[in-house]
Ligand binder design. Sequence first.
Ligand SMILES: [Zn+2]
Length: 272
Amino acid sequence: MAGINKLPDILENSMENCKLCKERIADKLNSHIIPKFMCKRLFENTNPRHSVQISKDGIQTKLQDIPKEDHILCSWCEKRLEKLETYFARVFVEVNSLQNAKRKYKLEIIENQEILHCEEINPSLFYLFFYSLIWRSSVSKNILFDTFKFNEAIEEEIRIFLNNNLKELHSDLLEHSKKIESVPNYYLCLVKPKNKTRGIFSAYNFSQNSYAIYTVDYALFFYTNEDDCLLAHKTYGNSRNETFRIFIGNDESWKKLNNLVVENMLNYKNVR
Ligand SMILES: [Zn+2]
């Protein structure tokens, strides 16, 4: 039967199903694993125009473009993710320059540590967004993400959370996010450097049950077991919080983090 939207059999048979909905054909090309706006500066102000990525072997190579991947998502799921990303692209503009923000944010200082509270954004939206990011990193076959892999049960739990709660329309997404009751219960900590920095791109499993995605603009930490969560990330991070918090790293702590991240990654690789 030749329907209008039906792909030629030979193409359809060669494509796998979408990893997110598992129902439709993964017809989408160039799906971003990490949204572009989260690693904007990786490709800015560098001459020649490139950024450094570090592989699990500690080998530094040039990163020419933001990692993209073909045939992991269907067009429908890509569209649902886009709605979420469009929303967060605006949120991150506000987070970067609070003066002109339409939404309310509260900056709290605890023991010299600045924490930004995103008071007017439903935390479920943040969880959807960051889980979408780490889930894509886990399912990605791109070499950059080859040490970023959850076990099947966790990957599936996050997939179901995303698949059940992503919406095709912006208004539905916002409305629905208020009703989300069950969020996978793990620890997430987003660190944003206070000032512009130089940096690296890396995504990896840096120790037992501990994962990091590292761009020039942000560092995202994710822990699948509470006991392995670094104290600061637990204290200033997020796990079913009423408001989502962003940890602001000053120059010194960001630099320390840079070094620690690289060191941990190399050490972990050696003990594995
Ligand atoms: Zn899909």
